[in-house]
Design a protein around this ligand. Structure first.
Ligand SMILES: Nc1ncnc2c1ncn2[C@@H]1O[C@H](COP(=O)(O)OP(=O)(O)OP(=O)(O)O)[C@@H](O)[C@H]1O
Ligand SMILES: [Mg+2]
Length: 207
């Protein structure tokens, strides 16, 4: 399936590059900021995204291969993953496969956090299922940090994504949490943070 998507921040297209099937992710220039400032902001975002993809790969997580980072053109040229978003696939998978996917999601989150990588938008929209592997994409909001709070926000977002997109398959998120905590020694502490974050959220909403 060829990619063509124009989002608020980025535009994605499938194309061919040096004989390879690729996806180019081009940051959309907002135009309302100072042009020079805008450019340096875009450049630092692209750098951040590419750097985190490489760090994630080093941590043993499947990510698209980066072929080129074009600062002048605000774009990353990467391997096209021939897969479907986990968000679109998970609800229709037979139970054992769905559970296996969730175990892998928990492992991915654990590997990220063990390497102090916070994804920033850890949802099933940013995971592609290719055969039986899960490829993680969209590191544009990510950062390198050892803060439990930031890791907690990642897990909170993931939980919300499961509750909204996969609520029909109750219990799946428990599998994610189980594999996360068994692979990551500090996982329980992060999940305690998530509870705090959720309490704070409820409290602020009441005010
Ligand atoms: N390497 C890839 N191979 C195949 N499809 C991809 C690839 N990268 C992105 N896509 C598709 O494009 C969609 C959008 O990509 P991505 O999540 O990186 O952008 P975004 O959410 O618009 O970005 P941002 O959060 O940076 O504004 C993905 O959900 C996926 O369907
Ligand atoms: Mg995305």
């Amino acid at each position: 399936m060829a990619v063509h998507r124009v989002g608020a921040e980025a535009r994605l297209d499938s194309s061919e590059w040096m004989g390879r099937e690729v996806v180019t992710k081009q940051r959309v220039v907002k135009g309302y900021r100072h042009p020079a400032l805008d450019r340096s902001l875009q450049t630092s975002r692209i750098k951040n995204e590419a750097r985190l993809m490489l760090e994630a790969r080093r941590a043993g997580i499947a990510v698209p291969v980066i072929y080129s980072v074009d600062y002048a053109g605000n774009r990353i040229v990467m391997q096209e993953i021939k897969g479907v978003r986990v968000k679109d696939a998970l609800n229709d998978l037979p139970e054992p496969e769905a559970e296996e996917v969730c175990r892998k999601i928990g492992e991915i989150a654990a590997r990220l956090h063990m390497s102090d990588i916070v994804h920033g938008d850890l949802t099933t929209s940013n995971m592609l299922l290719e055969g039986d592997r899960i490829v993680l994409i969209d590191f544009s909001l990510g950062s390198k940090t050892s803060e439990l709070e930031d890791k907690g926000v990642d897990m909170h977002l993931l939980e919300e994504a499961f509750h909204s997109a996969h609520h029909a398959r109750g219990g799946l998120y428990d599998i994610v949490k189980g594999s996360y905590t068994s692979a990551y020694p500090q996982g329980d502490e992060v999940l305690r943070k998530v509870k705090e974050i959720e309490k704070r959220g409820r409290y602020t909403r009441k005010e």
